[in-house]
Design a protein around this ligand. Structure first.
Ligand code: COS
Length: 386
Protein backbone atom coordinates (compact mmCIF):
# COMPACT_ATOMS: atom_id res chain seq x y z
CA UNK A 1 0.00 0.00 0.00
CA UNK A 2 1.36 3.45 -0.81
CA UNK A 3 0.56 5.99 1.87
CA UNK A 4 -0.35 9.53 0.87
CA UNK A 5 2.75 11.74 1.13
CA UNK A 6 1.51 13.70 4.18
CA UNK A 7 0.76 10.55 6.19
CA UNK A 8 4.10 9.07 5.17
CA UNK A 9 6.04 12.20 6.17
CA UNK A 10 4.17 12.39 9.47
CA UNK A 11 5.02 8.75 10.20
CA UNK A 12 8.69 9.33 9.37
CA UNK A 13 8.92 12.38 11.65
CA UNK A 14 7.10 10.55 14.48
CA UNK A 15 9.58 7.69 14.23
CA UNK A 16 12.52 10.09 14.07
CA UNK A 17 11.35 11.76 17.29
CA UNK A 18 10.87 8.35 18.95
CA UNK A 19 14.41 7.35 17.98
CA UNK A 20 15.96 10.63 19.18
CA UNK A 21 13.92 11.06 22.36
CA UNK A 22 13.39 7.49 23.56
CA UNK A 23 15.70 4.96 21.88
CA UNK A 24 19.09 6.67 21.60
CA UNK A 25 18.97 7.90 25.24
CA UNK A 26 18.25 4.31 26.37
CA UNK A 27 21.16 2.74 24.45
CA UNK A 28 23.62 2.69 27.35
CA UNK A 29 21.21 1.02 29.76
CA UNK A 30 20.19 -1.55 27.14
CA UNK A 31 23.86 -2.36 26.48
CA UNK A 32 24.51 -2.71 30.21
CA UNK A 33 21.44 -4.76 31.13
CA UNK A 34 21.14 -6.76 27.87
CA UNK A 35 17.39 -6.05 27.92
CA UNK A 36 14.98 -3.60 26.30
CA UNK A 37 12.89 -1.81 28.96
CA UNK A 38 9.23 -2.83 29.02
CA UNK A 39 7.96 0.73 28.50
CA UNK A 40 9.90 0.94 25.23
CA UNK A 41 8.46 -2.38 24.06
CA UNK A 42 4.97 -1.04 24.81
CA UNK A 43 5.74 2.17 22.92
CA UNK A 44 6.98 0.13 19.92
CA UNK A 45 3.72 -1.84 19.94
CA UNK A 46 1.67 1.38 20.21
CA UNK A 47 3.50 2.85 17.23
CA UNK A 48 2.64 -0.23 15.16
CA UNK A 49 6.29 -1.11 14.57
CA UNK A 50 5.70 -4.88 14.74
CA UNK A 51 3.23 -4.75 11.86
CA UNK A 52 4.84 -2.29 9.44
CA UNK A 53 4.91 -4.76 6.54
CA UNK A 54 1.81 -6.83 7.39
CA UNK A 55 -1.38 -6.17 5.46
CA UNK A 56 -4.07 -3.98 7.08
CA UNK A 57 -6.39 -6.98 6.56
CA UNK A 58 -4.51 -8.51 9.49
CA UNK A 59 -4.03 -5.37 11.56
CA UNK A 60 -0.69 -4.20 10.16
CA UNK A 61 0.22 -0.93 8.44
CA UNK A 62 0.75 -2.68 5.10
CA UNK A 63 3.64 -0.47 4.03
CA UNK A 64 5.19 -1.07 0.66
CA UNK A 65 8.94 -1.76 0.49
CA UNK A 66 9.91 1.87 -0.14
CA UNK A 67 7.89 3.04 2.86
CA UNK A 68 9.29 0.27 5.02
CA UNK A 69 12.82 1.20 3.93
CA UNK A 70 12.22 4.88 4.73
CA UNK A 71 11.11 3.98 8.26
CA UNK A 72 13.94 1.51 8.79
CA UNK A 73 16.41 4.18 7.67
CA UNK A 74 15.11 6.19 10.67
CA UNK A 75 14.84 3.28 13.12
CA UNK A 76 18.29 2.08 12.05
CA UNK A 77 19.78 5.23 13.60
CA UNK A 78 19.32 3.74 17.07
CA UNK A 79 21.53 0.89 18.30
CA UNK A 80 20.59 -2.20 16.22
CA UNK A 81 19.29 -4.15 19.24
CA UNK A 82 16.11 -2.04 19.17
CA UNK A 83 15.35 -2.91 15.54
CA UNK A 84 15.91 -6.56 16.30
CA UNK A 85 12.95 -6.61 18.68
CA UNK A 86 10.35 -5.88 16.00
CA UNK A 87 12.53 -6.59 12.93
CA UNK A 88 11.77 -10.30 12.84
CA UNK A 89 8.02 -9.60 12.94
CA UNK A 90 8.29 -7.19 10.01
CA UNK A 91 10.64 -9.44 8.10
CA UNK A 92 11.92 -12.96 8.37
CA UNK A 93 9.58 -14.04 11.21
CA UNK A 94 6.34 -13.14 9.41
CA UNK A 95 7.06 -13.05 5.70
CA UNK A 96 7.14 -16.81 5.12
CA UNK A 97 3.47 -16.87 6.11
CA UNK A 98 2.65 -13.48 4.54
CA UNK A 99 4.17 -14.42 1.16
CA UNK A 100 3.47 -18.16 0.89
CA UNK A 101 1.06 -19.04 3.72
CA UNK A 102 -2.45 -20.38 3.22
CA UNK A 103 -5.44 -18.13 3.99
CA UNK A 104 -5.93 -20.00 7.29
CA UNK A 105 -2.29 -19.60 8.30
CA UNK A 106 -2.42 -15.88 7.57
CA UNK A 107 -5.64 -15.43 9.54
CA UNK A 108 -4.29 -17.46 12.45
CA UNK A 109 -0.90 -15.80 12.89
CA UNK A 110 -0.57 -12.45 11.12
CA UNK A 111 -2.80 -10.42 13.49
CA UNK A 112 -0.75 -11.49 16.54
CA UNK A 113 2.51 -10.80 14.69
CA UNK A 114 1.27 -7.39 13.51
CA UNK A 115 0.28 -6.29 17.02
CA UNK A 116 3.47 -7.63 18.58
CA UNK A 117 1.55 -10.02 20.83
CA UNK A 118 3.40 -12.85 19.09
CA UNK A 119 7.13 -12.58 18.36
CA UNK A 120 8.12 -14.38 15.16
CA UNK A 121 11.45 -16.10 14.55
CA UNK A 122 12.97 -17.60 11.41
CA UNK A 123 14.61 -20.99 11.97
CA UNK A 124 16.73 -21.82 8.93
CA UNK A 125 20.36 -21.97 10.13
CA UNK A 126 21.72 -25.15 11.73
CA UNK A 127 25.05 -26.13 13.24
CA UNK A 128 26.10 -27.61 9.87
CA UNK A 129 23.93 -25.54 7.51
CA UNK A 130 24.80 -21.84 7.53
CA UNK A 131 25.56 -20.29 4.15
CA UNK A 132 24.59 -23.60 2.49
CA UNK A 133 20.95 -23.12 3.41
CA UNK A 134 19.76 -25.91 1.11
CA UNK A 135 21.55 -28.56 3.16
CA UNK A 136 19.33 -28.43 6.26
CA UNK A 137 19.32 -31.67 8.21
CA UNK A 138 16.31 -31.07 10.43
CA UNK A 139 13.72 -33.61 9.37
CA UNK A 140 9.94 -33.47 9.19
CA UNK A 141 8.47 -36.96 8.91
CA UNK A 142 4.83 -37.26 7.95
CA UNK A 143 2.81 -39.32 10.45
CA UNK A 144 -0.89 -39.39 9.59
CA UNK A 145 -2.30 -35.89 10.17
CA UNK A 146 0.94 -34.73 11.71
CA UNK A 147 4.61 -34.11 11.02
CA UNK A 148 7.30 -35.07 13.50
CA UNK A 149 10.25 -32.66 13.56
CA UNK A 150 13.77 -33.50 14.73
CA UNK A 151 16.88 -31.33 14.56
CA UNK A 152 18.69 -28.30 15.95
CA UNK A 153 18.46 -24.74 14.66
CA UNK A 154 21.27 -22.32 15.52
CA UNK A 155 21.61 -18.54 16.05
CA UNK A 156 17.87 -17.96 15.93
CA UNK A 157 17.20 -14.28 16.56
CA UNK A 158 14.48 -13.63 19.15
CA UNK A 159 14.07 -17.37 19.82
CA UNK A 160 13.98 -16.88 23.62
CA UNK A 161 10.91 -14.63 23.24
CA UNK A 162 9.29 -16.14 20.17
CA UNK A 163 5.73 -17.41 20.07
CA UNK A 164 6.03 -18.66 16.50
CA UNK A 165 8.88 -20.16 14.50
CA UNK A 166 9.11 -20.53 10.73
CA UNK A 167 11.07 -23.78 10.64
CA UNK A 168 12.77 -25.13 7.53
CA UNK A 169 12.94 -28.93 7.64
CA UNK A 170 13.56 -31.75 5.18
CA UNK A 171 10.38 -33.60 4.23
CA UNK A 172 12.01 -35.61 1.46
CA UNK A 173 15.14 -37.45 2.62
CA UNK A 174 15.67 -38.67 -0.95
CA UNK A 175 16.28 -35.04 -2.01
CA UNK A 176 19.46 -33.90 -0.25
CA UNK A 177 19.43 -30.31 -1.62
CA UNK A 178 17.01 -27.37 -1.56
CA UNK A 179 14.16 -29.28 -3.24
CA UNK A 180 13.62 -31.59 -0.26
CA UNK A 181 13.00 -28.72 2.18
CA UNK A 182 9.61 -27.53 3.46
CA UNK A 183 8.65 -24.63 5.75
CA UNK A 184 6.48 -25.03 8.85
CA UNK A 185 4.79 -22.67 11.29
CA UNK A 186 5.66 -24.10 14.71
CA UNK A 187 4.24 -22.61 17.88
CA UNK A 188 6.34 -22.13 21.00
CA UNK A 189 5.11 -24.42 23.74
CA UNK A 190 4.65 -27.36 21.38
CA UNK A 191 5.96 -30.43 23.24
CA UNK A 192 9.37 -31.35 21.88
CA UNK A 193 10.38 -27.76 21.07
CA UNK A 194 12.84 -26.12 23.44
CA UNK A 195 15.27 -23.23 23.28
CA UNK A 196 18.90 -23.17 24.37
CA UNK A 197 20.80 -20.66 26.49
CA UNK A 198 21.06 -17.16 24.93
CA UNK A 199 24.51 -16.74 23.35
CA UNK A 200 27.05 -14.20 24.62
CA UNK A 201 27.58 -12.00 21.59
CA UNK A 202 30.23 -9.48 20.49
CA UNK A 203 27.63 -6.69 20.31
CA UNK A 204 23.94 -5.85 19.92
CA UNK A 205 23.25 -6.48 23.62
CA UNK A 206 19.50 -6.40 24.18
CA UNK A 207 18.91 -8.62 21.12
CA UNK A 208 18.86 -12.31 21.96
CA UNK A 209 19.80 -15.33 19.93
CA UNK A 210 19.88 -19.03 20.84
CA UNK A 211 19.41 -22.59 19.58
CA UNK A 212 15.99 -24.09 18.93
CA UNK A 213 15.90 -27.82 19.59
CA UNK A 214 13.26 -30.06 18.05
CA UNK A 215 12.94 -33.54 19.57
CA UNK A 216 10.05 -35.58 18.24
CA UNK A 217 8.12 -32.33 18.00
CA UNK A 218 4.68 -33.30 16.69
CA UNK A 219 2.84 -30.59 14.77
CA UNK A 220 -0.40 -30.72 12.79
CA UNK A 221 -0.02 -31.30 9.04
CA UNK A 222 -1.72 -27.98 8.32
CA UNK A 223 1.33 -26.21 9.82
CA UNK A 224 3.07 -26.83 6.48
CA UNK A 225 3.39 -23.31 5.06
CA UNK A 226 1.46 -23.02 1.82
CA UNK A 227 0.28 -26.62 2.18
CA UNK A 228 2.76 -27.97 -0.40
CA UNK A 229 5.92 -29.93 0.44
CA UNK A 230 9.26 -29.05 -1.13
CA UNK A 231 8.65 -25.30 -1.36
CA UNK A 232 10.38 -24.31 1.89
CA UNK A 233 13.73 -23.31 0.41
CA UNK A 234 12.07 -21.03 -2.13
CA UNK A 235 9.96 -19.51 0.63
CA UNK A 236 13.14 -18.89 2.62
CA UNK A 237 14.85 -17.24 -0.37
CA UNK A 238 11.87 -14.95 -1.02
CA UNK A 239 11.85 -13.98 2.65
CA UNK A 240 15.58 -13.27 2.51
CA UNK A 241 15.31 -11.16 -0.67
CA UNK A 242 13.04 -8.81 1.22
CA UNK A 243 14.98 -9.19 4.47
CA UNK A 244 18.22 -8.16 2.78
CA UNK A 245 16.70 -4.87 1.64
CA UNK A 246 15.44 -4.29 5.16
CA UNK A 247 18.92 -4.97 6.57
CA UNK A 248 20.51 -2.68 3.96
CA UNK A 249 18.20 0.12 5.12
CA UNK A 250 19.11 -0.58 8.77
CA UNK A 251 22.84 -0.42 7.91
CA UNK A 252 22.39 2.85 6.07
CA UNK A 253 20.41 4.41 8.92
CA UNK A 254 23.09 3.37 11.39
CA UNK A 255 25.84 4.78 9.16
CA UNK A 256 24.01 8.12 8.94
CA UNK A 257 23.71 8.21 12.73
CA UNK A 258 27.39 7.34 13.20
CA UNK A 259 28.36 10.11 10.78
CA UNK A 260 26.33 12.57 12.90
CA UNK A 261 28.17 11.36 16.03
CA UNK A 262 31.52 11.58 14.25
CA UNK A 263 30.91 15.15 13.09
CA UNK A 264 29.54 16.31 16.46
CA UNK A 265 32.77 15.09 18.02
CA UNK A 266 35.03 16.44 15.28
CA UNK A 267 33.73 20.00 15.39
CA UNK A 268 34.08 20.23 19.18
CA UNK A 269 37.25 18.26 19.91
CA UNK A 270 40.30 20.55 19.57
CA UNK A 271 43.91 19.63 18.91
CA UNK A 272 46.82 21.81 17.77
CA UNK A 273 44.64 24.85 18.54
CA UNK A 274 41.71 24.04 16.29
CA UNK A 275 38.78 21.62 15.91
CA UNK A 276 39.94 18.29 14.50
CA UNK A 277 37.25 18.67 11.77
CA UNK A 278 39.69 21.06 10.09
CA UNK A 279 42.39 18.46 9.50
CA UNK A 280 42.44 17.22 5.94
CA UNK A 281 43.27 13.60 6.75
CA UNK A 282 40.09 13.41 8.83
CA UNK A 283 38.12 15.35 6.24
CA UNK A 284 38.81 12.56 3.77
CA UNK A 285 37.21 10.12 6.22
CA UNK A 286 34.15 12.37 6.62
CA UNK A 287 33.70 12.81 2.89
CA UNK A 288 34.15 9.12 2.10
CA UNK A 289 31.64 8.22 4.81
CA UNK A 290 29.08 10.71 3.56
CA UNK A 291 29.40 9.67 -0.08
CA UNK A 292 29.22 5.96 0.75
CA UNK A 293 26.17 6.36 3.01
CA UNK A 294 24.48 8.39 0.28
CA UNK A 295 25.24 5.69 -2.28
CA UNK A 296 23.76 3.04 0.03
CA UNK A 297 20.61 5.15 0.58
CA UNK A 298 20.17 5.48 -3.19
CA UNK A 299 20.63 1.73 -3.70
CA UNK A 300 18.17 0.78 -0.97
CA UNK A 301 15.45 3.10 -2.21
CA UNK A 302 15.96 2.21 -5.87
CA UNK A 303 15.78 -1.53 -5.16
CA UNK A 304 12.75 -1.01 -2.91
CA UNK A 305 10.91 0.93 -5.63
CA UNK A 306 11.73 -1.76 -8.18
CA UNK A 307 10.36 -4.42 -5.84
CA UNK A 308 7.19 -2.37 -5.35
CA UNK A 309 6.87 -2.20 -9.16
CA UNK A 310 6.85 -6.01 -9.26
CA UNK A 311 10.41 -6.60 -10.44
CA UNK A 312 12.54 -9.50 -9.21
CA UNK A 313 15.15 -7.72 -7.08
CA UNK A 314 17.15 -10.69 -5.78
CA UNK A 315 20.37 -9.30 -7.27
CA UNK A 316 19.67 -5.69 -6.28
CA UNK A 317 18.83 -6.79 -2.72
CA UNK A 318 22.13 -8.65 -2.53
CA UNK A 319 23.99 -5.63 -3.97
CA UNK A 320 22.37 -3.31 -1.43
CA UNK A 321 22.92 -5.67 1.51
CA UNK A 322 26.56 -6.28 0.59
CA UNK A 323 27.38 -2.63 -0.03
CA UNK A 324 25.50 -1.18 2.94
CA UNK A 325 26.78 -3.70 5.48
CA UNK A 326 30.40 -3.29 4.36
CA UNK A 327 29.91 0.48 4.24
CA UNK A 328 28.59 0.75 7.81
CA UNK A 329 31.57 -1.33 8.96
CA UNK A 330 33.96 1.19 7.38
CA UNK A 331 32.05 4.15 8.79
CA UNK A 332 31.93 2.67 12.30
CA UNK A 333 35.68 2.00 12.11
CA UNK A 334 36.43 5.58 10.97
CA UNK A 335 34.30 6.89 13.83
CA UNK A 336 36.45 5.01 16.35
CA UNK A 337 39.54 6.48 14.66
CA UNK A 338 38.20 10.04 14.69
CA UNK A 339 37.43 9.64 18.41
CA UNK A 340 41.06 8.58 19.03
CA UNK A 341 41.57 7.13 22.52
CA UNK A 342 37.99 8.04 23.39
CA UNK A 343 36.86 5.78 20.59
CA UNK A 344 38.03 2.79 22.61
CA UNK A 345 36.18 3.84 25.75
CA UNK A 346 32.62 2.66 26.47
CA UNK A 347 31.01 5.98 27.42
CA UNK A 348 31.65 7.49 23.96
CA UNK A 349 29.56 4.78 22.25
CA UNK A 350 31.80 4.68 19.18
CA UNK A 351 33.16 1.31 20.28
CA UNK A 352 29.70 -0.12 20.93
CA UNK A 353 28.38 0.89 17.51
CA UNK A 354 31.56 -0.57 15.95
CA UNK A 355 30.84 -3.93 17.62
CA UNK A 356 27.12 -3.72 16.83
CA UNK A 357 27.75 -3.01 13.14
CA UNK A 358 29.97 -6.06 12.70
CA UNK A 359 27.06 -8.47 12.64
CA UNK A 360 25.49 -6.89 9.56
CA UNK A 361 28.16 -8.40 7.30
CA UNK A 362 27.24 -11.86 8.54
CA UNK A 363 23.53 -12.38 9.14
CA UNK A 364 20.83 -12.76 6.46
CA UNK A 365 23.63 -13.91 4.16
CA UNK A 366 27.32 -13.07 4.47
CA UNK A 367 29.02 -10.66 2.08
CA UNK A 368 30.53 -13.67 0.34
CA UNK A 369 27.07 -15.21 -0.21
CA UNK A 370 25.81 -11.90 -1.67
CA UNK A 371 28.84 -11.82 -3.98
CA UNK A 372 28.06 -15.38 -5.08
CA UNK A 373 24.41 -14.53 -5.82
CA UNK A 374 25.35 -11.42 -7.80
CA UNK A 375 28.14 -13.05 -9.79
CA UNK A 376 26.08 -16.16 -10.59
CA UNK A 377 23.25 -14.00 -11.97
CA UNK A 378 25.76 -12.01 -14.05
CA UNK A 379 27.14 -15.18 -15.60
CA UNK A 380 23.63 -16.51 -16.31
CA UNK A 381 22.77 -13.23 -18.02
CA UNK A 382 25.97 -13.33 -20.06
CA UNK A 383 25.32 -16.91 -21.15
CA UNK A 384 21.75 -16.02 -22.14
CA UNK A 385 23.03 -13.12 -24.25
CA UNK A 386 25.38 -15.31 -26.31
N1 COS B 1 13.51 -16.49 -4.90
C1 COS B 1 12.79 -17.56 -5.31
N2 COS B 1 13.34 -18.77 -5.60
C2 COS B 1 14.68 -18.86 -5.49
C3 COS B 1 15.48 -17.79 -5.07
C4 COS B 1 14.85 -16.56 -4.78
N3 COS B 1 15.56 -15.49 -4.41
N4 COS B 1 16.78 -18.18 -5.04
C5 COS B 1 16.78 -19.47 -5.44
N5 COS B 1 15.52 -19.88 -5.70
C6 COS B 1 15.09 -21.19 -6.19
C7 COS B 1 15.88 -21.56 -7.45
O1 COS B 1 15.25 -21.04 -8.60
C8 COS B 1 15.85 -23.07 -7.42
O2 COS B 1 14.60 -23.50 -7.91
P1 COS B 1 14.44 -24.87 -8.77
O3 COS B 1 14.75 -25.97 -7.80
O4 COS B 1 13.01 -24.86 -9.19
O5 COS B 1 15.43 -24.79 -9.88
C9 COS B 1 15.92 -23.40 -5.93
O6 COS B 1 15.45 -22.21 -5.24
C10 COS B 1 17.32 -23.71 -5.46
O7 COS B 1 18.12 -22.59 -5.72
P2 COS B 1 19.70 -22.65 -5.91
O8 COS B 1 20.05 -23.77 -6.84
O9 COS B 1 20.15 -21.28 -6.25
O10 COS B 1 20.21 -23.07 -4.44
P3 COS B 1 21.65 -23.12 -3.83
O11 COS B 1 21.73 -24.30 -2.94
O12 COS B 1 22.68 -22.99 -4.92
O13 COS B 1 21.71 -21.86 -2.83
C11 COS B 1 22.23 -19.65 -2.04
C12 COS B 1 21.80 -20.62 -3.19
C13 COS B 1 23.70 -19.73 -1.73
C14 COS B 1 21.89 -18.33 -2.65
C15 COS B 1 21.41 -19.91 -0.73
O14 COS B 1 21.77 -21.11 -0.13
C16 COS B 1 21.57 -18.77 0.28
O15 COS B 1 20.97 -17.70 0.14
N6 COS B 1 22.39 -18.98 1.32
C17 COS B 1 22.53 -18.02 2.40
C18 COS B 1 21.54 -18.30 3.47
C19 COS B 1 21.43 -17.18 4.43
O16 COS B 1 21.25 -16.03 4.07
N7 COS B 1 21.55 -17.51 5.71
C20 COS B 1 21.45 -16.51 6.72
C21 COS B 1 20.64 -16.99 7.85
S1 COS B 1 18.96 -16.80 7.63
S2 COS B 1 18.62 -15.18 8.68
Amino acid sequence: MALDPDTRDHLISTIRRFVDERLIPAEAVVAQTDAIPGDLLDAMRDLGLFGLSISPDYGGLGLNMEEEALLILELGRAAPAFRSVFGTNIGIGSQGIAIDGTADQKAKYLPGLASGQIIGAFALTEPDAGSDAGSVRTTARRDGDHYILNGTKRFITNAPHAGLFTVMARTDPAQPGPRGVSAFAVEAGTPGLSTGRPEHKMGQQGAHVCDVILEDCRIPADALIGGVEGQGFKTAMKVLDKGRLHIAAACTGLAERIIDDMMAYAVTRRQFGKPIAEFQLLQAMFADSRAEAYAARCMVLDAARRRDAGQDVGVEASCAKMFASEMVGRVADRNVQVHGGNGYIREYRAEQLFRDARLFRIYEGTTQIQQGIIARAMAEQARAAI
